[in-house]
Design a protein around this ligand. Structure first.
Ligand code: DC
Length: 233
């Protein structure tokens, strides 16, 4: 599974824990640059959803890897967001629900599932460039990325943001349950044996706790122009 020779295609790899604002930031940066967006978390969520729907046990590593290999998923860019389809049905909202997030975190810890999704992620690397959002974009999937960013925020702030995001979508959750879930998931993402969430040596760390979305986007765009002078934004 060698990395394709994507040297001519620039990649901004943005990793970090859940709720750090990566989704919004990556979407806006990709739109400003006119680059392709990869939401790798959505792929793990799709595998989680597929498993829940098909009744595949979340401890069945071989069964889950088989699901990941044959995942019938398509991403369709829309005016505001990229829509995710599973088996031809739009599941963009469904995969954001917490039970699917929990299932995603379980399946993401399985090495064979991660291997099954690597080529699918690398296929997003196309001109004029890619903004890749995940946990291991810089450390595993796009190791040659010239701009790696580790986006983070305090656990309290991340739980608050996730809470607001779900509330805005009319999804009812409790902030304390969400905080507990987030701490559990952070731990699982950081402690798993494969592709644990970590700060790459060559990543720039951006703590967004006290930053507005606009300022974070402006900072990432400034770094992009510095690293990729051809990037037009
Ligand atoms: O970013 P997110 O909440 O949509 O991610 C869902 C789950 O997938 C989360 O538990 C982390 C995991 N994930 C991963 O292990 N590797 C990635 N590149 C992206 C997400």
């Amino acid at each position: 599974m060698t990395e394709p020779d994507g040297g001519a295609v620039p990649v901004i790899a943005i990793d970090g824990p859940g709720g750090a604002g990566k989704g919004t930031i990556c979407r806006r940066v990709a739109a400003r640059l006119g680059w392709i967006l990869l939401d790798s978390g959505a792929l793990y969520r799709l595998v989680g959803l597929d498993a829940l729907r098909k009744g595949v046990d979340l401890g069945d590593e071989q069964g889950l890897a088989a699901l990941a290999r044959s995942l019938d998923a398509v991403f369709v860019p829309g005016p505001d967001e990229v829509h995710a389809q599973l088996g031809g049905v739009d599941v963009t909202e469904v995969i954001r629900a917490e039970p699917v997030g929990r299932a995603a975190s379980r399946v993401a810890a399985i090495p064979a599932v991660r291997v099954a999704l690597i080529d699918r992620q690398r296929a997003f690397r196309r001109l004029p460039g890619l903004v890749a959002d995940g946990r291991d974009m810089g450390s595993v999937v796009f190791t040659d990325s010239a701009l790696k960013i580790y986006l983070t925020a305090s656990a309290e702030e991340r739980a608050r943001r996730r809470y607001k995001q779900l509330k805005d979508k009319g999804i009812d959750v409790s902030l304390s349950a969400l905080s507990r879930d987030m701490v559990d998931r952070d731990r699982r993402d950081a402690e798993r044996s494969v592709a644990p969430l970590k700060v790459c040596d060559d990543a720039r760390v951006l703590d967004t706790t006290a930053m507005t979305i606009d300022t974070v986007v402006a900072t990432v765009l400034e770094w992009s122009r510095e690293v990729f002078p051809q990037a037009g934004a």
